[in-house]
Write a protein that binds this ligand. Sequence first.
Ligand SMILES: Cc1ncc(C[n+]2csc(CCOP(=O)(O)OP(=O)(O)O)c2C)c(N)n1
Length: 342
Amino acid sequence: MEATLTREQLLDMYYYMKLTRMVEERLQRLYRQGKIVGGLYRSLGQEGESVASAYALEEGDFLAVMIRNLGALFVRGVRPWEIFTQYMGKGTSPTRGKDNIVHFGSVERGIIPPISHLGDLIPVMAGIALASKMQRKRSVALTYIGDGGTSTGAFHEGLNFAAVLKLPLIVIAEDNGYAYSTPKHKQMAIENIADRAIGYGIFGETVDGNDVIAVYQATRRAIQRAREGLGPTLLEVKTFRMRGHAEHDDAWYVPRELLEYWQKRDPILRLETYLKEHGMADETDFEAITRRIEEEIEADLQYAEQSPMPDPRIALEDVYAEAPSVLEGAPRPREHAAKTRS
Ligand SMILES: Cc1ncc(C[n+]2csc(CCOP(=O)(O)OP(=O)(O)O)c2C)c(N)n1
């Protein structure tokens, strides 16, 4: 690791990685207690790339995450209570219980809400980058895609469009070995996803995704090129998903040796080792950060647990149109259901 980051910045990234891991651990418990609405998708083992790439952004830039980029949201100012309430479908969640997981946006924080369809975020973020260019702003748009997602049509169309118009778009392609249970070699005939950049005439680079300093520096280079008008970057990060696709998947298809190999390259442990070897931090510092996170999580989880489930009437609010007048004075969904049952 070649350092250009200060001790404070490195410890800051450490905090965000640890926060991601500990929040996801709590989510796992909530999932097993049956308190989560829907599935739980963990980023265990790949927290580093999300945190480091988002950390490289500046105010005014735009970010859109996928299910395994919780760390990037935290860097942008999202707090654990927002994640807990989202996953629990509570009325106090950012989407007021209308959606779950990381499917929410926040214009003030430059967060564009994601879409479940793999690949579709690339043209959306190309559009955000186009708007930035047309308004002569310095903003860049950054988003993520898994190795499986890079085989979709939308990914190719979006990236090609961004390439032709030289848009300030940065796509982090995560090679985490598997797209659900499909190993990478069964869905693409190349070793490095970044090689695809050649086909679009854009800059491509592959970095060690579990080395936060390397990811941060590569993202900074991509941002600089984007701001200089040199167009998009396809930045590939090599990492590994240490759990199944979601909590319902026991990942039986992943060989144990592969997990052991990546366990030794855990991004959090690696940063700890780096900081210790360079005399920048010791166990006491790591413990203090962990304690701080524990307290933050406790308070936020308590709030989430005590939050009410959403009022069904809000399903008609914040949609594209006002509720049709025919619904005015109509019985509320629950009253209506009670009436029709009797
Ligand atoms: C177009 C499309 N096809 C299939 C799915 C279902 N699906 C959701 S996640 C996933 C696997 C994604 O693998 P990858 O892109 O490698 O990301 P990872 O989960 O490894 O981070 C699939 C098949 C989807 N959401 N969209």
